[in-house]
Design a protein around this ligand. Structure first.
Ligand SMILES: Cc1cc2nc3c(=O)[nH]c(=O)nc-3n(C[C@H](O)[C@H](O)[C@H](O)COP(=O)(O)OP(=O)(O)OC[C@H]3O[C@@H](n4cnc5c(N)ncnc54)[C@H](O)[C@@H]3O)c2cc1C
Ligand code: SF4
Length: 519
């Protein structure tokens, strides 16, 4: 028999719904409910306790997300997706067929969000309670719901994919967490102060995931960041039309309210070192500096011409409010009417879409393999196409050509064909002899990928690094070769995702907590 009971456990987390399985436990504390279910990776509302008709649910009609029309959205940098209404959210959540535990969507989500339980709560109008479930698993649910490549993670593993369209887990996560913030506000639950101090280097998703968990254990956290504002690539990379900056600003307020101290414009390795931080009295250090150095087009003449930009510089100057710009990016961005973007990842899609919003008439992506090999997500590519971007595949730029005014006028390219697979099984692009042609353009953006910044490794004795500066750290704990120093996110894995970086920060926080207990 299924019975839902409403148990008020903790004023900060509000009402929590538990099901028959844990009835009769007597006093239910936060720890006894959340922690074991979470540790065991179990669903909070086990599917076997629900009396539902899975077939009927699987055949319910699907209504896709509403988007702003492409011709309107290229006129501004506002969000592309129109948020769910309460009614739409309940209808969409009711399509979940509640797979037996463990549900594939939970397993595919890097933070193991309890999606089926959240769907049940949303279906029954319990939006804040669903938000509590997301907050219990994730430090940035309002961000991940928006920017995760859902088609490759939670939604990609939904069993409805076999015959239907998957449940829109990401949009529902965004809806519930936004709902809670607007209607009730949210505070990070804090423990009594331990007197221990942790320095975090880098205010991106990894550093934030770590800070969120450490303050919940009672440790004092200071984040040192080289940029003027916190957020990492959430601010200085991902454009506003994918992640509105006010969503991030509201989130940052939550961290500030929890006492997380932010020290901007401080480049660790130049302004001070990790040894200096220990000397200042910090008990442990977490490094979450990302992997943000733009890859160059070595040996290609003309990359220094006016009109040729690196992706980060282009995105930051094109998207970020001037008050948040680092001094190196103050110069206004000048773009022409014909823009070529070189590369095939998500950054390339973001550059194409930014160029269209900055007023370019013709925006073309040049990529040396075919669409099948493109590393970027399909969803962003579809948005870019709908907004007017064009793609030229099997095309490799070999020279950037200046016009009479000395500025970029064209890109000379060579046609490519796919050759033998490389070590990773990806077919190598091979130039076709004498196939050179030129593409007229006045702006080119190089979106070729990112490398780590080796400075932390070079200035921290005993800290092991590899492959041009990636930090060597244990996958589970983030422990590095230097006692008391932990690391996670893109600076350990190379460029990856917001959600994976945030999870790495959370895992390291739990190892730091253990380390501090024994210190
Ligand atoms: C254009 C672009 C679009 C993207 N879009 C998506 C997307 O849609 N979805 C998704 O999931 N992922 C996306 N990503 C990837 C995602 O943003 C990253 O994987 C994620 O931000 C990594 O988090 P992190 O905390 O490891 O590093 P970062 O976000 O890079 O943060 C590192 C921080 O450390 C600071 N820092 C660096 N060196 C120092 C130093 N020496 N001292 C002090 N501070 C330092 C940096 O300024 C930065 O603020 C995108 C990336 C880019 C570039
Ligand atoms: S964190 Fe990302 S993968 Fe996990 S449920 Fe949310 S949107 Fe899906």
């Amino acid at each position: 028999m299924r019975r839902l009971v409403n148990v008020t456990i903790d004023a900060q987390l509000g009402d929590i719904y538990v099901c028959g399985l844990i009835l009769g436990l007597g006093i239910i504390t936060m720890k006894s409910v959340f922690a074991p279910a979470k540790e065991a990776g179990m669903q909070f509302i086990p599917s076997e306790t629900l009396e539902i008709d899975r077939k009927m649910r699987a055949n319910k009609p699907f209504y896709d997300l509403d988007l702003r029309p492409a011709d309107l959205r290229t006129c501004d940098f506002e969000d592309v997706v129109i948020e769910f209404s309460e009614e739409r959210a309940t209808v969409e959540a009711a399509r979940c067929i509640h797979c037996p535990d463990p549900a594939p969507c939970m397993l595919a989500c890097p933070t193991n969000n309890d999606i089926p339980s959240a769907m049940w709560l949303i279906e029954h109008g319990q939006f804040s309670e669903a938000a509590n479930l997301y907050h219990a698993h994730s430090s940035l649910p309002e961000i991940c719901g928006r920017v995760c490549p859902h088609e490759a993670l939670c939604q990609g593993s939904c069993v409805l994919n076999k015959h239907q369209t998957p449940v829109l887990c990401g949009a529902l996560e965004t809806f519930t967490v936004d709902y809670k913030r607007r209607h009730e506000g949210r505070a990070i639950p804090l423990a009594l102060p331990t007197g221990k101090r942790v320095a975090i280097i880098g205010a991106g998703p990894a550093g934030l995931g770590c800070a969120d968990q450490l303050v919940q254990c009672g440790h004092a956290v200071t984040i040192f960041e080289s940029k003027p504002a916190p957020g990492g690539l959430l601010v200085y990379g991902i454009p506003n039309f994918k992640l509105p900056k006010d969503v991030w600003m509201e989130k940052w307020q939550e961290f500030e309210n929890a006492g997380v101290k932010f020290v901007g414009n401080t480049y660790i390795g130049k302004d001070k070192t990790i040894d200096d931080l220990f000397e200042e009295g910090f008990d442990a250090v977490f490094i979450g500096v990302g992997s943000e150095i733009d890859a160059k087009m070595e040996d290609t003449p003309g990359t220094d011409l006016a009109g040729v930009y690196e992706a980060t510089d282009f995105l930051v100057r094109g998207n970020v409010d001037p008050s948040l710009l680092p001094a190196s990016s103050y110069k206004p961005l000048e773009i022409g009417k014909r823009v070529a973007v070189i590369g095939g990842g998500d950054t390339a899609s973001d550059c194409l879409r930014t160029a269209l919003r900055l007023g370019a008439d013709e925006v073309t992506c040049l990529y040396r393999r075919t669409e099948k090999e493109m590393p970027g997500g399909k969803k962003d590519r579809k948005f870019a196409r709908d907004e007017g971007a064009k793609y030229r595949f099997l095309t490799q730029p070999v020279k950037f050509i200046a016009g009479a005014d000395g500025k970029l006028a064209a890109v000379e390219c060579i046609e490519m064909k796919l050759g033998e697979p490389d070590a990773k099984g990806r077919r190598k692009p091979v130039p076709v002899q004498d196939s050179n042609f030129s593409v007229a353009c006045d702006t080119a953006v190089l979106a070729l990928g990112y490398w780590p910044d080796p400075i932390i490794g070079k200035t921290t004795p005993g800290l092991e690094t590899h492959d041009w500066g990636l930090i060597t750290a244990d996958k589970r704990s983030g422990a590095t070769s230097r006692p008391g120093v932990f690391s996670g996110g893109d600076c350990v894995t190379g460029p990856d995702l917001v959600v994976t970086a945030m999870v790495a920060g959370r895992k390291a926080a739990s190892a730091i907590h253990e380390y501090l207990k024994n210190k």
